[in-house]
Design a protein around this ligand. Sequence first.
Ligand code: ADP
Length: 480
Amino acid sequence: MKLTSAQVALLGETISLTPRAGWFPVYNPADAGVLAYVQEHTADDTRTAIAAADKAFPAWSGKTAKDRSIILKKWNDLVLKHKEEMALLVTLEQGRPIKETHGEVTYGASFIEWFAEEAKRAYGRTIPATLPGKHLQTIKQAIGVCAAITPWNFPISMITRKVSPALAAGCTVVIKPSEETPLSALVLLQLAKQAGLPEGVINVVNSTKAAEIGGVLTSDPRVKKLSFTGSTPVGKLLYAQCAPTMKKLSMELGGNAPFLVFDDAEIDAAVEGALASKYRNSGQTCVCANRLIVQSGIYDSFAARLTERVRELKLEEGWKEDATLGPLINRKAIDKVQHLVDDAVKKGAHVELGGKAHDLFYEGTVLTNVSREMELFDTEIFGPVAPLFRFETEEEGIAMANDTPFGLAAYAYTRDIGRAMRVAAKLQYGMVGMNDGLISTEVTPFGGVKESGLGREGAVEGLEEYLSIKYISYGGLGAI
Ligand code: ADP
């Protein structure tokens, strides 16, 4: 399927429908067709974007929070006004079923709305003085030019979750979207311009040579902060690259989410939670349940019920109304998922359902009899494959859940209030869904511990990431 005329109009001159020298193709993962061509930006273009952001910073940060908020609200309204075209655009360039991409647009917009409101609440403090004649105060100030490097799996919300707090705080930004999904970013840019964001406040660089662009963004001293969402190896590389210029960092990296089901869980709720957490976006989210860790008393019935429900999922092109599982993002993703399933089967896993690719689509899959030795215990699957590990005691379940260097999201199902509180406290994760398979909202702090990263996005904490605290001591004031 091709772009609609409404989408082409929205994208304007940021795309070409025919090949052009120095432009790269954007593919529809469901049928491998070319959707459009976008300009391949260079290292020099990136420096130009940084210069533009740097030039725009004094005026933008000098506006009142309310004035910035008014523009952000207009941006939010425009995104929601174009919800239909944008939802279909995400489906076309990322593959996700249309049923889910409406949610991606409203989720994305929710960050713009939230931070438009929070812009006005970047409060400092007055601290009781330690000596007479002094006044001690903190103020919060915008950090400066911020770089945002974003992934393809949430091509709208991963941008707005970084850019909205940055803009609300008074920062200016340079965004490097995933080369798989530049079109969603370009629509956001066009709508931001329509909303009245001044020249240079928001800049987008697109490239298939991510390392080259990343090299500039992480080394340029004018960039004061990098916010990255993506894989752990790339995150670690960028972390190191930012050290010489000591940039402030937010890193939202990989996960290996455990989904614990205790014998006393309400089984239907646990199955529905697993379905939502595991198969949403065909398993391609960093908070997707990666390891279903099920207590032995409920293991067989949970496996049977989950298999029944996964059988109902419809593997189809995302633009078809009844699709619930779309294609994976590309061939490499399919090969990785197949490799993990093959490895598990070779080591003794039973395929209860699925286990095969159909070109760029992967079947909803349930594996039982899986064990710690299989690669998928330690690897983020990023596909619609649920491996069901077995455990006996609460301690063993928690230990299995924590047996990973990652610490982004974890889930647990139990009806025992004491166990719920114990387990929530003991899980070494930044976020816990207790009897809840869908936890992401704009009003709560999203982020991980251990090798899943640092910093928080969304919520009041999300704004802090783009502010620095200045302490001012006013002396010699006399008696006050
Ligand atoms: P994924 O496997 O989810 O695509 P990546 O970490 O490879 O995760 O990609 C996330 C984002 O990081 C994308 O925008 C990608 O282009 C970018 N990226 C990948 N490698 C580098 C790099 N060496 N430097 C800067 N950005 C990079």
